[in-house]
Design a protein around this ligand. Structure first.
Ligand SMILES: Cc1ncc(C[n+]2csc(CCOP(=O)(O)OP(=O)(O)O)c2C)c(N)n1
Ligand SMILES: CC(=O)[C@@H](O)[C@H](O)COP(=O)(O)O
Ligand SMILES: [Mg+2]
Length: 638
């Protein structure tokens, strides 16, 4: 008997699959699953989705000729098997680590990673573009988009299919349907797919109908048009996948995602067809690992775990609560007092804490699917209808709904609350998921109030403040992970636009936005040892700024360092610089934040240190701003 991991270490390129028989492919699938489970068990990652598509990945790479043929993976969290068969087995242990390979697709990693993603729903648009580019250049290759049933709920996917149907270009869409998003998939589309999946009569009827239609006599051109219309209307009545056919994509399936022979056969037929084709493949999230098969929700993106038992690492004793948990708990408390409060998530009920809220208030919580744009405009509608909607969303995914934040909420000054989680450096997910742009994209919007709590207790106060503020939209941002570990108080309303002076000081002002206020306090202690007297401000608001306090401090100290976990361009520090310039203040201000670069996956502590967002980094920036002023002071004095 062969031992495991015999084929995979020797697999250099996907072309090596071409000569393999079904037995070898089955063994390779088992090896791939073992490597994925062991790697994710050590360091966490996206497990269920990748385990579900091992055979599909092998079939795709056997039938198509990557990278000449373009395989576009939607989102990319399911692409671990693709990474393993495209030459990354030996680096796979570095997955999602600082300096290691990415958990998503990355063009610089491999020519087989055609498109980079991380946000769901982009694959068909990318693929239509690639297919059209191929046509315009007169090239001949295949373009395949692989999209999940969850990602298909994104409006973009439908915009793209609509366009693909219109263009009629050769394109294959593989719908990887495991009936799960991260949580169970929602909505009419999901019901529709389930119906196709679970009703064998549908499939039988389609086969019979197609056979019957094939047998209709061939006729002259006039009658042909009539016959074609007759065929089409019959198909509309009974053919599964008619939704896709109506958009102009030929529907093939459903196909069992674990019968390699069937998969290969259907991919081969799609390859020979002209025009856009959609292949509906049925898979199971977590396939081949019992704990993940049993609870695909939990095993979408597990923390490290014991692969033998499936036990995940427990929370460390005394570990502070996650910001998300404090948010969820506070929202429940506030909703008990205010029946107008409702919560919305775009397919992230657990990640955002809306699941907790839904357990107490199921009728007041909404999962709209991967539909951030709709989530925000839906919230606008609820606000117009007299409710106080809380859109609980990751900073990175709110990017999708920028126009909705401007046009549907902002311009109408609707009291929508944006609860922005994962704001800052997110770690292992890397560049597509960094929450580093939200201050910059929301700050220019008239009427918005922007806040960031210094700790989980202040988050409670800010949520209460947001609910009390009826004049327009409010956005509160907080980072991924655990809070500081401070005691939680009864939530209270904070004065809007007022900062908190944490420490008085004469030499330099350290002005922090968010939990980095604690790093600024620690920096002040370091500076105090050197005789530098630093004031520390917890800014609380990026908009409106506490101009009175900040202008006073800038005038008295003449030196400041702003601190934020956000891009420098357009962020909190920019707001302080703008204010100082507008008021003609003559202070030296140094801004700490993320410079104009992409922040990759890796340990957030590594990146914070790199950008000076640590007590030492902040203290050093303060020294530099003071030193830079010294010659000026000397010149002025002498
Ligand atoms: C725009 C956007 N919103 C939310 C997410 C978070 N997210 C990542 S994977 C996922 C589920 C995707 O479901 P599906 O496409 O069916 O893939 P599966 O995990 O089931 O294979 C979600 C909601 C995202 N990546 N992008
Ligand atoms: C692939 C994806 O977009 C999500 O699974 C994301 O990785 C979740 O991030 P959190 O772990 O921060 O909830
Ligand atoms: Mg799915």
């Amino acid at each position: 008997m062969r031992t495991l991991a015999e084929i995979l270490p020797r697999l250099q390129r996907p072309q090596d699959l071409k000569g393999m028989d079904e037995g070898q492919l089955v063994q390779l699938a088992a090896e791939i699953r073992r490597v994925i489970i062991d790697t994710v068990a050590r360091q966490g990652g996206h497990l269920g989705a990748s385990l579900g598509v091992v055979e599909l990945t092998l079939a795709l790479h056997k039938v198509f000729d990557s990278p000449r043929d373009k395989i576009v993976w939607d989102t990319g969290h399911q692409a671990y098997p693709h990474k393993l068969v495209t030459g990354r087995f030996h680096r796979f242990h570095t997955l999602r680590q600082t300096g290691g390979i990415s958990g998503f697709l990355k063009r610089e990693e491999s020519p087989h990673d055609v498109v980079e993603a991380g946000h769901a729903g982009t694959s068909i648009s990318h693929a239509v573009g690639l297919a059209r580019a191929r046509d315009l250049r007169g090239e001949k290759h295949h373009v395949v988009a692989v999209i999940g049933d969850g990602a298909l709920t994104a409006g973009m996917a439908f915009e793209a299919m609509n366009h693909a149907g219109h263009l009629g270009t050769d394109l294959i869409v593989v719908l990887n349907d495991n009936s799960m998003s991260i949580a169970p998939n929602v909505g009419g589309l999901s019901r529709y797919l389930t119906q196709i999946r679970t009703d064998p009569a549908y499939t039988r009827m389609r086969a019979e109908l197609e056979r019957m239609l094939e047998q209709l006599p061939r006729v002259g051109p006039q009658a042909l048009r009539w016959v074609q219309r007759f065929k089409d209307s019959l198909k509309y009545l009974v053919v599964p996948g008619m939704l896709f056919e109506a958009l102009g994509l030929r529907y093939l399936g459903p196909v069992d995602g674990y019968r390699l022979r069937d998969l290969i056969r259907v991919l081969e037929s799609a390859k020979a067809m002209r025009g856009p084709v959609l292949i509906h493949v049925i898979t199971q999230k977590g396939k081949g690992y019992a704990p993940a098969e049993g609870d695909p929700w939990t095993w979408h993106g597990p923390k490290p775990f014991n692969p033998a038992t499936g036990k995940m690492e427990p929370r460390r004793p005394g570990e502070p609560p996650a910001y998300t948990a404090v948010f969820a708990r506070t929202l429940v408390e506030l909703a008990r007092e205010d029946p107008r409060l409702v919560a919305i998530t775009a397919a992230m009920p657990d990640g955002t804490g809306v699941a907790t809220f839904a357990r107490t208030f199921p009728e007041r919580s909404f999962d709209v699917g991967i539909a951030e744009q709709h989530a925000v405009t839906f919230a606008a509608g609820l606000a117009l209808g007299g409710f106080r909607p809380v859109v609980a969303i990751y900073s990175t995914f709110l990017q999708r709904a920028f126009d909705q934040a401007v046009h549907d909420v902002g311009l109408q000054r609707l009291p929508v609350i944006f609860a922005i989680d994962r704001a800052g450096i997110v770690g292992a997910d890397g560049e597509t998921h960094q929450g580093l742009y939200d201050i910059a994209y929301l700050r220019p919007l008239p009427g918005y109030v922007l806040m960031a709590p210094k700790d989980e207790n202040e988050l409670r106060h800010m949520l209460k403040t947001a609910v009390a503020y009826e004049q327009g939209p409010v956005a509160i941002r907080w980072p991924r992970g655990t809070g500081i570990g401070v005691p939680l108080e009864e939530p209270r309303v904070l004065p809007v636009g007022r900062a908190e002076l944490l420490r008085a000081g004469r030499d330099v002002a350290l002005i922090a936005y968010g939990p980095l206020a604690y790093a600024a306090l620690a920096a002040a202690s370091l500076l105090a040892r050197e005789g530098i007297d630093a004031a520390v401000v917890n800014a609380r608001f990026a908009k409106p700024l506490d101009e009175e306090l900040l202008a006073d401090l800038l005038a008295t100290t003449g030196h400041a360092v702003t601190v934020e976990e956000h891009m420098l361009a357009g962020g909190f520090g920019s707001a302080v610089l703008e204010m100082a310039a507008r008021r003609g203040l003559k202070a030296r201000i140094r801004c700490l934040g993320v410079p104009d670069r992409v922040v990759e996956h890796g340990d957030p502590a590594h990146f914070r240190a790199l950008f000076g967002l640590t007590p030492e980094g902040i203290a050093q920036a303060a020294r530099e701003v003071l030193d830079a002023a010294a010659p000026v002071r000397r010149r002025a004095g002498g």
